[in-house]
Ligand binder design. Structure first.
Ligand code: CP3
Length: 360
């Protein structure tokens, strides 16, 4: 009896929330959309709060600020999803690695390059309590502001991508320290990947408990690996994360985003167990349609096209919707919004997507 009531509630949410319907395999007349980095520096109201907070981490770890920043793009554009405002690097931070965001330079961490420094890491969930608090607060705020059809996405970085930041000590062009460790001492590097994997399973589980309805795993640097390394460091850890979360939370869909994976997207789709695939802008429409036969797809407008706006934006966005909207599809960018993007272009894109649905 109880189970039935719970089930009906989930089905109700699924029909009310276009994002959840698409993730459960339905083609939706009005394409659901959200945009990676939809909260951020292209919005003046973000910049204002960011200045008030001081540092990026002071913004992200303050639940009131994180809730507010998450809500900002919804109020302007009515996306079909909110995404928790946080960062993939809070996981290394909670493992005890120093983390700083240096303005104009990106993240800085003290590099972990051997088993000795790895052995000093220890997970402290206290660090992440403000994130869980923000998740619960966002759900409440979405209700309070009548975003009843909007779903909340929680997220984490994939172990490979997070490992690159932990080993390089920040952003990197070629990930050579990380790859060298993986090639020369795979069993040692596997200890780092396992630590991130297990921490991520716990972290995402707690986001679900706090109210996340969908998860996205960002594997931003999946495209840097060859076939064998991709299997070991991208596919295998993702399999473990998805299997364990699906066992415990079978109704929470997980979107995998192995950016730059190229033809290896097919392996990722076949082997990881994710509910849907996030596509980068390099994925051609024919290949996207092939992938969509197996799984819902999300993507993949070039963020520079959104920055450009005008006819180019209209043509590119319509081409993607045309190609993919007869199957389960979520419109998104192929990577995050660029900070110089004029907010009016995001409005233009939201209108293109809505108008397209009305023409049908
Ligand atoms: O709106 C959203 O998408 C949610 C928030 C979010 C952020 N980072 C906020 C952020 C999400 C989902 C991320 C993910 C993230 N963070 C990824 C994966 C996606 C991707 O972009 O590939 C990665 C690789 C990171 C690591 C990271 N965080 C870098 C390299 C940087 C510095 C570069 C930059 O854009 O400044 C960040 C900082 C960061 N994370 C900002 C935001 C809004 C900008 C910081 C600021 O406001 O000063």
């Amino acid at each position: 009896m109880m189970k039935n009531i719970v089930k009906n509630k989930q089905q109700e949410d699924r029909t009310n929330k276009p994002l959840l319907s698409a993730l459960h395999g339905e083609a939706i007349a009005r394409t659901p959309f959200w945009l990676m980095r939809q909260a951020g520096r292209y919005l003046p109201e973000y910049k204002e709060l960011r200045a008030k907070a001081g540092s990026f981490l002071d913004l992200a770890y303050n639940p009131d600020f994180a809730i507010e920043v998450t809500m900002q793009p919804l109020r302007r554009y009515g996306m079909d999803a909110a995404i928790l405002f946080s960062d993939i690097l809070v996981v290394p931070h909670a493992l005890g690695q120093n983390l700083e965001f240096v303005t104009g330079e990106g993240p800085k961490l003290n590099p972990i390059r051997d088993l000795d420094s790895l052995s000093k890491l220890k997970f402290n969930d206290e660090v992440l309590e403000p994130v869980y608090e923000a998740v619960a607060g966002i759900r409440q705020q979405m209700k309070a502001e009548n975003f009843h059809e909007t779903a909340l996405i929680g997220f984490a970085g994939a172990p490979w991508t997070v490992a690159t930041y932990m080993v390089e000590g920040g952003s990197s062009r070629d990930f050579s320290n990380t790859k060298k460790w993986a090639y020369s001492d795979p069993d040692g590097f596997a200890k780092l990947i396992d630590l991130i994997t297990n921490t991520t399973i716990h972290y995402l589980g707690r986001q679900i408990e706090a109210g996340a309805e969908v998860l996205q795993i960002f594997d931003s640097w999946a495209g840097a690996l060859d076939e064998d390394q991709f299997k070991r460091w991208v596919i295998e850890p993702t399999v473990k994360i998805v299997r364990e979360l699906n066992e415990k939370y079978p109704d929470i869909p997980i979107i995998g985003f192995p950016k730059g994976a190229g033809v290896l997207y097919q392996n990722y789709a076949n082997e990881t167990g994710v509910a849907a695939l996030g596509l980068d802008s390099g994925v051609p429409m024919d290949f996207a349609k092939t992938l969509q036969k197996a799984l819902p797809v999300q993507g993949n407008l070039d963020p520079v096209c959104l920055l450009t706006g005008g006819d180019a934006l209209k043509q590119s966005a319509e081409k993607i919707i045309n190609a993919l909207s007869d199957g389960p599809f979520i419109f998104n960018l192929g990577h995050g919004i660029i900070k110089e993007t004029p907010p009016e272009h995001v409005e233009q894109l939201a209108e293109i997507i809505r108008d397209y649905g009305q023409q049908l």
